[in-house]
Design a binder for this molecule. Structure first.
Ligand code: NAP
Length: 253
């Protein structure tokens, strides 16, 4: 390990929701943060807000499923902030439908963003981590990995990310790099708002109904996930690798 590894983090899907909260939390933990998102304006706005609070950040637009865009974005972060040693693979989409109505496009786009995107981002950043002899990768899985009606594509991708996490933990451990996954339950974001709209229930009622099914009797907030990311990328978590941490107010969905 170098004397002082570079404290630069990349968060994908950081333009809003959970990714934006993770970026803010890592900035307050002292990391310079590259906010990457399909929505370039959202990523740049998040970076400007961090800079206004005295942090260092850059916002970059990209599609995580495009290898050239991924390589260019990681290079830009390394040039502008320093070698990225933390990667949070958070960008995600849903294309829910029952199996008989699910199109090839619904299947492919979900696989591309979650699986191909996390693969490309991890491949592009690992060299910086191994050179520094220190690194952290955190992948966003989901309780849906355990199975969820209408989400054959999404649950497959989120279960796949758990295998990806465990394999990278085995491959990268000897370079001082830990790799873990967080599997959130119900978190209040545009993604869950869109699900409420799809099933035709007002979002506040949808949240109340969800809270009744959760052991701690509340839904989650993006900050609930950001706090666990903060721990997983810390020195205190250096012996935690290859794990899937369910952050769901109970043992499962
Ligand atoms: P969100 O509010 O929909 O935010 C997702 C972000 O990812 C958006 O800013 C989106 O950009 C971006 N994104 C989508 N496709 C991308 C691509 N190809 N390249 C780069 N960025 C892309 O979702 P969220 O609720 O914060 O979810 C964040 C992560 O947590 C996802 O992986 C999700 O599957 C996971 N998760 C969420 C929940 C929950 O209850 N919310 C539960 C379990 C797991 P655009 O704005 O341009 O679309």
């Amino acid at each position: 390990m170098t004397d002082s590894p570079s404290r630069v983090a990349i968060v994908t899907g950081a333009g809003r929701g959970i990714g934006a909260a993770i970026a803010r939390r890592l900035a307050s933990d002292g990391f310079a943060v590259g906010l990457l998102d399909l929505d370039e304006a959202g990523a740049k706005a998040g970076a400007e807000a961090i800079a206004a609070d005295g942090g260092r950040a850059v916002g970059i637009g990209l599609d995580v499923s495009d290898a050239e865009q991924v390589d260019a974005a990681v290079k830009a972060v390394a040039e502008q902030l320093g070698a990225p040693t933390v990667l949070v693979n958070n960008a995600g989409i849903t294309r829910d439908n029952l199996l008989f109505k699910m199109s090839e496009g619904d299947w492919d786009s979900v696989m591309n963003v979650h699986l191909r995107g996390s693969f490309l981002m991890s491949r592009a950043t690992q060299q910086h981590m191994t050179e520094q002899g220190w690194g952290r990768i955190v992948n966003l899985s989901s309780v849906s990995a355990l199975g969820n009606r209408g989400q054959a594509n999404y649950s497959t991708a989120k279960a796949g990310l758990q295998g990806f996490t465990k394999t990278l933990a085995i491959e990268l451990g000897k370079f001082g790099v830990t790799v873990n996954a967080i599997a959130p339950g119900f978190i209040v974001t545009d993604m869950t708002a869109a699900t409420a709209e799809r099933v035709g229930v007002p979002f506040d009622e949808f949240q109340k109904a969800a809270a009744q099914e959760i052991p701690v009797r509340r839904v989650g907030q993006p900050s609930d996930i950001a706090g666990v990311v903060s721990f997983l990328v810390s020195e205190d978590a250096s012996f935690v690798s290859g794990q899937v941490i369910y952050v769901a107010g109970g043992p499962k969905a």
